[in-house]
Design a protein around this ligand. Structure first.
Ligand SMILES: Cc1ncc(COP(=O)(O)O)c(C=O)c1O
Length: 386
């Protein structure tokens, strides 16, 4: 192993970060040339751009015509917080957590909003909690894809159509790579910085008619900052969902999103995006079968993410190391590859078991993952020998 030669081929684009993720192939700053800069976002062309972003999102993701789509502040986190602060507390809530972001939402509901009737279902990294525990008379909160463990929910079959509660789904690392069953999702959120390789700062909040009914029928007992307010006089503010944003958006970021949508539409839409992510996952799946030292953190193949692929190290020598040494090995692999310029930002999430996390969303080229796997073996051999 120590004599392993450096691979000859380098990934053309070493961008495997799990957020912000790789820009689309061929992206240059020229893509932003048409941005409406130095103009009001409330001008006619400004509103038209925001509305265009909303309607093209609807088409690409197959969001039903009677669902509202809003562009909101503070990225995915902002969109989730808006939903939490505006809708939770009306009914008991079931929270499902299996990695860092889903745990953050538990903290918000239990420690910040101090919801009394909260049930928490947790699982360790690599696993899913028992989703069938969901009581359909309750609200539900979950992530579609656990970005920091690479474990996703396989489907929405566990959510009854006849539920009384609303479901709040953080889909930030799932949207544009996985099928989202809209009839099961009442609130869906994501940010542009993930699977389309857009920029952060703005979130997308998608509301089913049932979520709107909640907004219009329930007033939470706590104060509501302007940035979260979606109703006026007990009625939904429709403008938010037609491009009249609550506060000022970055039209540069909006332009970048429109460019990403154009790219995605040109590929053939969601099906094509998903196929690219699946092919990327396939490269790593094939490699884990033969590499002899790494495997998916996700235990069940049906839950393996096709975006944030998290890998654990399975080598017996590694298993015998202490926790700090394990973390050190994983960090070293990532840092050697970073130094070589072949893979940037692939260290596992800081709270996850030591390992690697490699983004496989559609903006990553399959050829680059194929070029990466020999480098993973090379870096591993270097670290183990040292
Ligand atoms: C599942 C999940 N939720 C929330 C976030 C936070 O997203 P943002 O920083 O866009 O608010 C992330 C970011 O990685 C995520 O993966």
């Amino acid at each position: 192993m120590t004599d392993m030669k450096q691979p000859a081929v380098r990934p053309a684009r070493p961008f495997f970060s799990s957020g912000p993720c790789a820009k689309r192939p061929g992206w240059t700053p020229q893509a932003l040339n048409g941005a409406l800069l130095g103009r009001s976002h409330r001008s006619k062309p400004g509103k038209a751009k925001l509305k265009d972003a909303i309607e093209r999102t609807r088409k690409l993701l197959g969001v039903p015509a009677d669902y509202r789509i809003g562009i909101v502040p503070a990225s995915d986190t902002g969109a989730v917080e808006m939903a939490f602060w505006s809708m939770l507390g009306a009914r008991p809530v079931d929270l499902f957590a299996w990695e860092s972001f889903s745990e953050d939402w538990v903290t918000d509901a239990v420690k910040q909003l101090k919801l009394k009737d909260a049930r928490v279902f947790k699982a360790a990294y690599g696993e899913l909690p028992d989703l069938t525990q969901y009581d359909p008379s309750h609200d539900a909160v979950f992530v579609w894809n656990g970005t920091t463990s690479g474990v996703r929910v396989p489907n929405g079959d566990w959510i009854p159509d006849s539920r009384e509660g609303i479901t709040i789904c953080d889909a930030t690392s799932a949207a544009f790579a996985m099928d989202l069953p809209w009839d099961k999702l009442d609130v869906t959120t994501f940010s542009w910085q993930k699977a389309l390789g857009g920029e952060a700062a703005h979130g997308v909040l998608i509301l089913s008619p049932r979520a709107v009914a909640r907004l219009e029928s329930y007033t939470p007992p706590w104060p509501m900052p302007k940035i979260f307010r979606m109703t006026k006089g007990g009625k939904i503010v429709e403008g938010i969902f037609e491009g009249e944003t609550i506060n000022t958006p970055s039209m540069l970021v909006v332009e970048d999103y429109l460019d990403a949508l154009t790219w995605a539409e040109g590929l053939g839409g969601l099906k094509a995006l998903r196929a690219r992510a699946d092919a990327n996952l396939g490269v790593l799946a094939k490699w884990t079968k033969v590499c002899g030292w790494a495997d998916f953190l996700a235990k069940d193949e049906a839950t393996r993410s096709n975006t944030s692929v998290c890998l654990k190290i399975t080598d017996p020598w590694f298993a015998g190391l202490g926790d700090d040494a394990k973390a050190d090995v994983a960090k070293k692999i990532a840092s050697i590859l970073d130094k070589e310029g072949v893979a940037l930002d692939i260290a596992g999430y800081r709270a996850a078991p030591p390992g690697l996390r490699i983004w496989c969303g559609a903006t990553v080229d399959t050829a680059d993952l194929e070029a990466l796997t020999p480098w993973l073996d090379w870096a591993w051999s270097q670290v183990k020998a040292a």
